[in-house]
Design a protein around this ligand. Structure first.
Ligand SMILES: *Cc1c(COP(=O)(O)O)cnc(C)c1O
Length: 445
């Protein structure tokens, strides 16, 4: 982030009448096609507002702390700060960003289990009390640099599914937790609660049941040792769909009721990241090159296509895993099939296609195989659910923000005073091409 927040102004296009996100995408594709054909994001900020309303409706007893690393655009942080979520930060930069929007220190968690000393000192200096910890060395660092901290102990969860070999074993076992609690007592450090984290791919009833009952054990051990245990943090792993939120709620609710009946002083919190931002962002990329190979021979790209082979297309795009698709390197199936922007008839034949970034590197394969109509160099592809793919890096493509009038009104309905919050939002009419625009949309002066 450059400059002070006072200087930050982001222009947000206000969609009036029947104008929709699709019109905004069309407009920018039109503009880019005449210019450099660079990749770009379009964001619908209304999604973030609606996700917050949905969370409040379904998870009202669980306060969300947004995981800033999912998408650290100041626009996202400012809107969530206005809507009243807490924040989980993983470094000093993120702490700075969140503090800059006036978020109270007690609404911020310094997450991550391996912390740079200067970041712990920074949290101490700014009276940010909540820190996550899962090992003794970290506990000693915290005791030394931030003696007034309130520590959340991170429990391990059973690692699940195919990703087992990739999973780094964060968190501590019940036995380790006892040791850490004793150690904290010796260091005169306060432990205030327990965190667990169950990734979306592992969310079955058993995983939750185990995590909640283990957390109860740690609460009991802590209380036995004289700690005031009052925060249960259920972590992240919410993919953003309402159905998944319902499912988690249905699974978790009876367990929480049993092990953590809401009593005085107990707070239950969560750390949703992707939940808020994933579907709010769409990435538009341009096809910069294309090759054709015979189907099923993609490992021998030079095989000559014979007359009765079905072709497979390899498309190269102007963004890849070293850019906006960084998530692909962390999680194999994180990128879903894009759609072609150009209008195509539904009878258009589909071909096996693979999608590559521009780097000419074997790792830079964004989608291994999907079915798409035949596309040409210069065509655009749209990737939805692109909001949690590691935005916020210095070299990300530009983001065009928009919100519908109706969603802007919803922010107001959520109790946000628009005269005093969201000061950096510079709302302007959306300047769509006359041919695309609704009659009610004014053209710029
Ligand atoms: C990334 C992250 C999350 C959010 O994960 P999602 O799967 O996006 O919900 C929560 N907590 C911490 C500490 C994280 O780093």
């Amino acid at each position: 982030m450059k400059g002070t927040l006072d200087e930050l102004q982001y222009s947000v296009e206000l969609l009036e009448g029947s104008a929709a996100l699709r019109d905004v995408i069309d407009k920018h594709i039109h503009d880019q096609t005449l210019a450099l054909k660079s990749a770009f994001f379009v964001a619908d900020l209304g999604v973030i507002v609606r996700q917050q309303i949905c969370w409040r409706t379904k998870m009202d007893q669980i306060r969300p702390f947004y995981a800033v690393k999912s998408n650290s655009s100041p626009v996202v942080v400012e809107i969530l700060a206005a809507l009243g979520t807490g924040f989980v930060c993983s470094n000093k930069h993120e702490l700075d960003l969140v503090k800059g929007f006036g978020v109270p220190s007690q609404d911020i968690i310094l997450g991550g289990t391996c912390k740079q000393l200067s970041h712990i000192k920074y949290a101490a200096k700014h009276n940010i009390p909540l820190l996550v910890c899962d090992n003794e060395a970290e506990l000693r660092k915290i005791a030394r640099c931030h003696p007034k901290a309130k520590v959340l102990l991170l429990l391990t969860s059973e690692s699940c599914c195919e990703r087992e070999e990739m999973a780094i074993p964060f968190g501590s076992t019940l036995k380790d937790c006892r040791h850490l609690l004793e150690c904290a007592r010796e260091l005169s450090l306060r432990v205030t609660g327990v965190k667990f984290n169950i990734p979306s791919c592992c969310q079955d009833a058993q995983a939750f049941s185990r995590a909640v009952s283990d957390a109860r054990c740690v609460f009991d051990m802590g209380e036995e040792l004289g700690f005031e245990m009052n925060i249960l943090d259920i972590g992240g792993g919410f993919d953003g769909s309402e159905a998944q939120l319902d499912k988690v709620h249905q699974t978790l609710k009876p367990m929480l009721d049993m092990y953590f009946p809401l009593s005085t002083g107990l707070s239950i919190i969560a750390e949703p990241g992707a939940y808020y931002v994933s579907s709010a962002f769409t990435l538009a990329v341009n096809i910069i090159a294309k090759t054709t190979v015979a189907r099923d021979c993609s490992d021998q790209p030079h095989k000559v296509l014979s007359a009765n082979d079905e072709p497979e297309f390899l498309y190269y795009m102007n963004d890849g895993v070293y850019g906006s698709f960084a998530n692909k390197l962390l999680c194999e199936d994180s990128i879903s099939t894009p759609s072609a922007h150009k209008e195509l008839s539904t009878e258009e034949p589909l071909f096996s296609s693979s999608l590559w970034g521009p780097s000419a590197d074997d790792l830079d394969q964004v989608v291994e195989r999907c079915l798409l109509p035949e596309l040409s160099v210069g065509d655009w592809l749209l990737f939805s659910n692109a909001g949690a793919n590691g935005l916020g890096s210095e070299h990300k493509p530009p983001v065009f923000y928009s919100i519908t009038e109706c969603d802007w009104q919803e922010i107001h309905n959520c109790g946000v005073n628009l005269d005093t919050s969201m000061k950096n939002f510079s709302l302007g009419p959306c300047c769509l091409q006359p041919s695309m625009s609704d009659a009610s949309i004014s053209t710029p002066a």
